[in-house]
Write a protein that binds this ligand. Structure first.
Ligand SMILES: [Zn+2]
Length: 375
């Protein structure tokens, strides 16, 4: 099994010998499609007229799943070049990041994922944003130096990262990037580090005892940076300040907003007793009901219904726009809610003591009384 992309990663088209092993499944020689392996997604493309839907390792063989069967013979195989260049860029960038992280910061790589929206490297320890900044700068130096990405075989001085556990061949293929990285890997890479263009680290998050680092390389990194720049531009425009002032202004605004919320809650708690008193009194099945149809914040609808029920030792019904809450010491709140919903529609429910939900339309106090008395 000759993996052409190990030594010639820039061959995107080749004549291959196809051997059918099952319906729509073939092996090819030489192999030009990278399988789903080591955190790098499978290549796509075509073999003859058949599209390659998936490439995976099955019992030590690289198996291609096609959208139609192919009989044994020679065919031209073509890679989806854009997809390969994307995954190879991210993967080569990951080698550089993991290599520098290990050599200069003593960080071991415990996992790698190459995705089409985001890529991650997991490290075995916690790292801070200063380390991230330095790691990003140093990795960009390696890009600028345009160092060859070399393949050597059976090197004795090699680190095997956890993502390379699936190596099943008798030869160990080692990928070497100058003095920056040397590790066993089955993946597809770029020829030189300069082809990556850009490496950006966008975020870090805690992952158990270690750190998950989010990065992107190449055009995708540029696009993500442009997106973040445009968000910053919008924020600067709204806040009327410079980028460096944004954080302080945001914190101040957040604090102000919390103060206002507190103030509003305080004012409402003063007004609620008045709304209890002004609730419209009705009697249904010789039980007292207090109804209040008014605008109150959604989170206070249930509280107010409870206060009314308590005050009249009966049932409190509160409707604010289409939100409804019923609290009852004497009747079944859930059944009352269902009775109202049967006429005006809506959803929600609860227990005998308390129920709440949404109505399909607004209602008046008189309408509610009519529904409760006659339906
Ligand atoms: Zn690799």
């Amino acid at each position: 099994m000759k993996r052409l992309y190990w030594m010639s990663p820039d061959i995107f088209e080749a004549e291959v010998k196809v051997k059918a092993i099952a319906d729509g499944k073939v092996t090819i020689e030489p192999v030009i499609f990278h399988p789903d392996e080591g955190g790098q997604p499978a290549d796509k493309g075509a073999i003859g007229e058949a599209n390659v839907c998936n490439v995976e390792i099955v019992n030590g063989q690289i198996v291609h799943t096609l959208d139609r069967p192919l009989s044994d013979g020679k065919y031209i195989a073509r890679l989806n070049k854009q997809r390969r260049l994307y995954t190879a860029s991210q993967h080569t960038a990951q080698h550089i990041l993991s290599g520098i992280a290990e050599k200069q910061f003593g960080l071991g790589t415990t996992g790698v994922h190459i995705g089409f929206e985001r890529c991650t490297v997991d490290f075995d320890r916690k790292i801070d944003s200063e380390t991230v900044k330095e790691l990003e700068q140093k990795s960009m130096e390696v890009v600028t130096l345009n160092i060859p990405v070399e393949t050597v075989f059976n090197d004795t001085d090699v680190r095997i990262r956890s993502n390379s556990r699936e190596i099943e061949s008798d030869v160990i293929r080692v990928v070497k990037i100058g003095d920056y990285d040397k590790s066993a890997c089955c993946g597809a890479h770029l020829r030189t580090t300069g082809q990556i263009g850009i490496i950006r680290i966008f975020d870090i998050e805690n992952k158990k005892k270690g750190t998950r680092m989010f990065f992107l390389a190449g055009r995708k990194a540029l696009e993500q940076s442009q997106l973040e720049t445009s968000v910053l531009r919008e924020l600067r425009k709204s806040a009327g300040c410079s980028t460096s002032e944004l954080s302080a202004i945001f914190q101040k605004t957040l604090g102000h907003s919390k103060e206002l919320t507190k103030e509003i809650n305080r004012l409402w708690s003063r007004m609620l007793p008045e709304l209890v008193k002004s609730a419209e009194a009705a009697e249904v099945e010789s039980s007292k009901i207090g109804i209040q149809v008014t605008d109150v914040p959604r989170q206070l609808v249930t509280k107010l219904a409870g206060m009314i029920a308590e005050a009249i030792d009966g049932t409190g019904i509160v409707v604010s726009d289409v939100s409804i809450a019923i609290s009852s010491n004497r009747m079944n709140a859930n059944e009352l809610l269902r009775k109202i919903q049967n006429t005006v529609g809506g959803k929600g429910g609860g227990s005998a003591k308390a129920a709440n939900g949404k109505l399909n339309r607004t209602v008046t106090t008189d309408e509610l009384i009519t529904i409760l008395k006659h339906y």
